[in-house]
Design a binder for this molecule. Structure first.
Ligand SMILES: O=P(O)(O)O[C@H]1[C@H](O)[C@@H](OP(=O)(O)O)[C@H](OP(=O)(O)O)[C@@H](OP(=O)(O)O)[C@H]1O
Ligand SMILES: Nc1ncnc2c1ncn2[C@@H]1O[C@H](COP(=O)(O)OP(=O)(O)O)[C@@H](O)[C@H]1O
Ligand SMILES: [Mg+2]
Ligand SMILES: [Mg+2]
Length: 352
């Protein structure tokens, strides 16, 4: 279905996407199949809700409407789908209450499932439990240790846990703040006392300097290559001491898609492995929108490690995300509608 009065002219299409997002959808004179309420930070809105996405969505009968955080959610809508990426207990409670009162709405995703990804220890727990050994490769988590307080005890704890150097030190909590992405490389365990807990210490894995970002949008999977930290040789390790901050090496600006890479490094992970990993994690995490940072061990090329999982990542930089996302929204809304008559327990299973 289309918005009424729609024409094929690009200019008009552009104008129509500018519909005031604060207008109550029921008051709009439009013929839309579904309304998607969204609560996103201005940064996320800018990177995700691009005119091309809004235009394509409108052609498929999907209208995006901004949720006004200063007004009760119950007074807004009606929505078929609610998309959100706002952290904080207050918002999580609002969205949970809303889902209880409106089981017919597909809330993407449930706050308790998102919360699981806000801590770098619980984030990787489900991968550790996966037991993926015979699927064109093995998928694991690098050995890691959580330090909650008292940095003086770190050298002992690292030795007791049997962690091998070098280590990557990552803030335990991931809340979208720049601080939660301030990571360090540690060449010796004694220098770790300089760092500020709470943090995770994770074994560094040589992986040829390229990382795979595996994007999941419901049933859709898309993988891209990004540059990452280069290998660290034994020689370098024996000569260097200290902890060193490093910048966001695998951001969108570090795409390795067009780089002239060694074929052994560039080769994408096997599709069956990615499909199984994505399916298992969707099910175990109870999430539809996330990405996985995956690296392949340099020496043992059928060994993969998940090092990071991000909720509602930067889809806007993914080629063709508009098609995948709009199709996902249509199916999320439909499966919720179908399952709505079958009781809420069943709805969850219907989505996987
Ligand atoms: O933790 P890592 O692995 O770095 O993942 C980040 C976060 O998902 C960021 O989202 P948020 O800031 O909401 O946490 C996202 O930024 P955008 O939302 O601006 O796209 C980044 O996109 P890239 O910049 O494409 O990497 C993505 O790489
Ligand atoms: N265990 C590891 N071994 C090798 N490189 C790693 C490891 N952990 C992180 N990195 C590198 O550090 C980058 C950032 O780490 P990540 O855990 O993804 O944190 P963030 O949430 O800030 O993206 C990764 O993209 C990768 O380049
Ligand atoms: Mg990452
Ligand atoms: Mg991350």
């Amino acid at each position: 279905m289309r918005l009424s009065g729609e024409t094929s002219s690009e200019d008009e299409e552009e104008k129509e996407t500018q519909v005031n997002p604060h207008i109550c959808p029921s008051s709009l004179n439009v013929d839309h199949e579904m309304v998607v309420g969204y609560a996103l930070t201005s940064k996320k809105k800018k990177s995700f809700l691009q005119p091309k996405l809004e235009g394509l969505a409108r052609n498929k009968g999907i209208l995006f409407v901004a949720i006004d955080l200063s007004r009760p959610l119950a007074d807004q809508g009606p929505f078929n789908v609610v998309l959100h990426k706002i952290t904080g207990k207050e918002w999580f409670k609002i969205i949970e209450d809303y889902q209880r009162k409106h089981p017919e709405v597909a809330v993407v995703d449930p706050p308790d499932a998102i919360e699981h990804l806000l801590d770098r220890q619980s984030m990787l727990q489900d991968v550790a439990d996966l037991n993926m050994h015979d699927c064109y490769g093995t998928v694991a988590v690098p050995k890691q240790l959580v330090i909650r307080e008292d940095s003086q005890s770190i050298p002992c704890e690292v030795a007791e846990a049997g962690l091998s150097l070098p280590l990557v030190a990552k803030p335990l909590v991931v809340d979208g703040s720049p601080k939660s992405h301030e990571l360090f490389l540690a060449y010796d365990q004694y220098s770790l006392v300089e760092l500020e807990p709470p943090m995770v210490l994770q074994e560094f894995v040589n992986h040829g300097g390229v990382l795979f970002k595996v994007y999941i949008i419901g049933d859709f999977i898309k993988v891209v290559r990004r540059f990452s930290l280069p290998n660290i040789s034994r020689r370098e390790l024996s000569k260097v001491t200290g902890v060193f901050p490093f910048p966001r090496v695998s951001s969108a600006a570090s795409s390795a898609e067009d780089a002239d890479l060694d074929p052994g490094v560039a080769e994408l992970p096997p599709t069956p492995l990615l499909e199984r990993l994505a399916k298992e994690l969707r099910h175990r995490l109870g999430l539809q929108l996330f990405n996985i940072d995956l690296i392949r061990e340099q020496v043992n090329r059928d060994k993969y490690y998940v090092i990071d999982i991000n909720y509602f990542p930067g889809y806007g930089k993914l080629p063709d995300y508009e098609h995948m996302f709009t199709n996902f929204l249509l199916s999320a809304s439909k499966s919720k509608g179908r399952a709505g008559t079958m009781g809420s327990k069943f709805q969850l299973y219907m989505q996987y």
